[in-house]
Write a protein that binds this ligand. Structure first.
Ligand code: 13P
Length: 303
């Protein structure tokens, strides 16, 4: 288990270290673990672009995707592919580049036992998976996952040294009746309630703000709406932990993010990357988003 954590931490640090000195327009910077004692270190977080394939792709298209994405430029950024469980060993078999992380879309927070249809984190580790999505609105709404279960899953995944992508977001009614911030606050506070001291490295926790009204609808949140919501979430994390800690947690935007709007959204200081649905099914489109986010965030790092 410590091996898995070491590998992911090394990847985060290695990439952060590569970002600074190798490029003349980027000021030298410290690794994530060294930034957590200073406050408001915007731009010191390693950008992340994550694919959420949901219930899409077959083994042939998954292999082709992995082959194509490995040929693309992925410097100064972390790339994650969250695939259906059955495709994870297929992707792992095709993966040659260690900077690409594999993620699952679900797991059950018990070591083993009579849980028909479920997968444990040890099973995921066994096939080369390092990350897991928790609390996606489709799991909350279609499969009835409660705040309590999600808190248990988050604490469990953190304990097993996985990189959790913890999803939150309001629906259209909540956005329209002005309760967005209340909903986000509640989801964050209940979701993180199970984290115990010693707290995990904040670079090993990711939150994804995914307004439900923007998921799969083609209605992207404006960059301002996404920035406001994500800054609010960071503030709540700071209230719960500390500014230094909250400033090292990566927060992604998700909801009709694509290669046309990625650069505008990623230019906002609190948006650390994307959790991408539809636009992640095509390797060329997904690779374009990765390149654009890396380029925009290089400027943020340099400023
Ligand atoms: P879309 O990018 O298809 O809107 O999906 C977003 C999402 O739910 C990612 O988890």
């Amino acid at each position: 288990m410590s091996d898995l954590r070491t590998i992911i931490e090394q990847l985060v640090r290695q990439t952060l270290q590569e970002m600074a000195p190798s490029s003349s327009d980027i000021k030298p910077m410290k690794a994530v673990s060294q930034t957590i004692n200073s406050s408001h270190n915007y731009g010191k977080r390693l950008p992340l672009v994550a694919a959420n394939w949901k219930m899409n792709q077959l083994s042939g298209s998954a292999k082709a995707f992995m082959r194509e994405i490995q040929l693309k430029d992925r410097k100064n950024i972390q790339t994650l592919i969250c695939a259906p469980h059955i495709l994870l060993p297929v992707l792992a078999g095709e993966k040659k580049e260690t900077d690409i992380l594999l993620g699952a879309q679900n797991f059950y927070p018990e070591p083993s036992g009579a849980f028909t249809g479920e997968h444990s984190l040890d099973m995921l580790i066994d096939v080369g998976v390092q990350s897991v999505i928790i609390g996606h609105s489709e799991r909350r709404n279609l499969f009835g996952e409660t705040d309590e279960l999600l808190a248990k899953k988050l604490a469990y995944a953190v304990d097993k040294k996985f990189l959790p992508i913890f999803c939150i977001g309001e629906n259209l009614k909540e956005r329209n009746d002005g309760s967005t911030f209340r909903v986000l606050q509640n989801q964050i506070l209940t979701g993180f309630a199970g984290l115990k001291n010693p707290l995990p490295d904040p670079a090993m926790i990711v939150v994804a703000y995914e307004p439900i009204w923007a998921i799969g609808t083609g209605l992207t949140a404006t960059a301002e709406q996404a920035q406001d919501a994500i800054a609010f979430v960071r503030e709540k994390l700071a209230d719960r932990f500390s500014w230094a800690y909250a400033n090292s947690i990566r927060i992604l935007y998700g909801g009709s993010a694509n290669d046309k709007n990625a650069a505008t959204l990623a230019a906002k200081p609190d948006i650390d990357g994307f959790l991408v649905g539809n636009a992640s099914l095509n390797a060329t489109t997904f690779a374009s988003m990765i390149e654009q986010v890396a380029a925009v965030k290089r400027k943020v790092f340099a400023s």
